[in-house]
Design a protein around this ligand. Structure first.
Ligand SMILES: NC(=O)c1ccc[n+]([C@@H]2O[C@H](COP(=O)([O-])OP(=O)(O)OC[C@H]3O[C@@H](n4cnc5c(N)ncnc54)[C@H](OP(=O)(O)O)[C@@H]3O)[C@@H](O)[C@H]2O)c1
Length: 310
């Protein structure tokens, strides 16, 4: 089979096309493109079927596991595919590792080191118990996230664009440093003992619940991350689609009740609005996948992210 690979502007990426045997898969084609171009390794490539010019339809994205024949529409001699360069890629676990490493390192720096001298505060700093507990709570949170990245999550996407590393690190690192600056500040005023205990106690329960939610999500897929998207069930998933986000937001609420900083609350609101957008999309996707038609199960009635509001 001769495969013609064109760019989105219609230029032939590989002059004369590529010759592959009839049983070749999309993954074989990606390897062949990589061999010829050197620069475009498989995860950098997005291959689609051509669509008529001016059409508003979304093009069919080729699945690397499928045979090329499945896309040839009966013509086993020729196939044209459209190539898009997705740019440099990094593993998902690498992306997550770097975004979480920043807050994990930056927060203790503000707690342990006399950094406030550089901001004009020369005197001795008295640390309150809540500041110490908050530091352990914070570090546990980001350490847990890194461990989950490597040992719990089964991602459906192998890679992410390198540019996301810079964008996500900017988000996590700057919010981390900003919150750490205020919670460990020499002029910090602690909340009362009861409020601290309620906030941190509630937060710890939510962090553990969040871990359990991630384990339930993990069990929806095989060890090779196969199985696509399933209906999450059990524990809080029986009432809310994105119970993992619910517990994530509530654990930040617990941290903020105990530490009470404007920076912490702003981070919580920003994170909650990001997760709400994602949760709405995930809820829509599950309702579409499980529509109750042609033998497919019907997605049960559930809240999206924050019962009883949404
Ligand atoms: N503070 C913040 O700003 C913030 C923002 C976002 C997330 N987080 C935290 O980070 C955690 C991970 O977030 P995330 O958005 O990357 O992932 P996620 O949607 O929470 O999912 C975690 C893993 O479970 C898989 N999964 C989700 N729903 C599934 C389903 N119905 N069937 C099968 N597998 C499913 C995901 O697969 P895919 O790989 O296919 O997605 C992913 O590998 C969150 O739970 C939250 O604790 C924090």
């Amino acid at each position: 089979m001769i495969v013609t690979v064109t760019t989105r502007s219609g230029r032939e990426l590989i002059k004369g096309g590529l010759e592959l045997n009839d049983s070749a898969t999309v993954a074989d084609l990606q390897e062949a493109i990589h061999k010829r171009t050197k620069k475009y390794y498989p995860s950098r490539q997005r291959l689609t079927l051509p669509i008529p010019s001016g059409s508003k339809e979304k093009p069919t994205v080729l699945n690397y596991k499928k045979s090329l024949k499945e896309y040839a529409d009966g013509n086993t001699n020729n196939l044209t595919v459209v190539f898009k360069d997705l740019g440099p890629q990094v593993k998902y676990s690498t992306l997550f590792f770097f975004e979480y490493l920043g807050p994990l390192i930056l927060y203790p720096i503000f707690y342990y080191y006399p950094v406030y001298q550089f901001f004009g505060y020369k005197g001795e700093r008295v640390m309150y118990p809540v500041q110490t507990y908050a530091m352990y709570y914070w570090c546990f949170h980001y350490f847990k996230r890194i461990m989950e990245t490597f040992f719990v999550h089964r991602f459906s996407h192998a890679t992410s664009p390198l540019s996301n590393v810079f964008r996500n690190c900017l988000y996590y690192w700057s919010f981390g440093a900003w919150i750490a600056y205020y919670v460990n500040h020499p002029l910090y005023t602690p909340v009362n003992d009861l409020q601290m205990k309620i906030g941190l106690g509630f937060g710890v329960v939510c962090q553990i619940s969040n871990l359990y939610c991630h384990i339930l999500l993990r069990n929806l897929r095989g060890s090779d991350a196969s199985g696509g998207y399933q209906i999450p069930r059990g524990f809080l998933f029986n009432i809310v689609t994105c119970a993992n986000y619910t517990t994530e937001i509530y654990q930040w609420l617990g941290f903020n009740v105990a530490t009470q900083t404007v920076a912490g609350y702003i981070f919580m609101v920003v994170a909650a609005s990001i997760m709400t957008n994602w949760a709405l999309a995930k809820h829509r996707r599950l309702k579409k996948l499980f529509d109750g038609k042609e033998g497919r199960p019907k997605y049960p009635r559930r809240w999206v992210i924050l019962p009883p509001f949404l």
